[in-house]
Design a protein. Structure first.
Length: 166
């Protein structure tokens, strides 16, 4: 064999060896499955709404229940007034109140008929206590909706205070 043929043989052997080497497997994850679990909100609470606002037609307040909430409970109250805050709070101040999930809210915005998780119709003072289903592994969005009653031409003032307990 000549020097040139020997060089080609060595280069060929090196290329063959390089192509036969095994790739190293990707490193194993050092994350333990329990490290992926978010902390539980159990034993905590969250203010959802503490506000006085004018209500001409509809007012919507979104809120989120965090992941891993086993027994989320909404409680609070609202009072509506005709004309001004702490004015007349009688049947002339009646409004509707709804608790909606994401799909129900989409239906409401799209003017499609739908049910609500909870509804209170024609009320000017109401205490609310509502238990939501567990949120499992993902946060869940809900909506508090206040509507001026059908046919009412005057705006109302609403004072609302709501809190979530987990």
């Amino acid at each position: 064999m000549t020097i040139r043929a020997t060089q080609f043989a060595v280069i060929g052997a090196l290329l063959l060896l390089a192509s036969c080497t095994k790739e190293q497997p990707p490193p194993r994850s050092t994350i333990i499955p329990s490290d992926r679990v978010a902390p539980s909100p159990v034993g905590t609470n969250q203010n959802v709404l503490a506000k006085t606002f004018n209500l001409k037609t509809t007012a919507t307040f979104p809120f989120e229940i965090p992941a891993h909430a086993a027994q989320p409970h909404l409680h609070g109250l609202f009072q509506s007034f005709a004309g001004q805050a702490h004015g007349a709070s009688d049947d002339t101040a009646n409004i509707d109140f709804l608790i909606l999930n994401e799909e129900q809210h989409t239906d409401l915005v799209s003017n499609r008929p739908s049910e609500a998780l909870m509804s209170v119709e024609n009320s000017h003072t109401q205490a609310i206590n509502f238990d939501f289903p567990p949120s499992m592994n993902n946060p869940v969005r809900y909506y508090l909706v206040f509507r001026n009653t059908e046919g009412s031409k005057s705006s109302k003032v609403v004072e609302a205070n709501f809190r979530l307990d987990f």
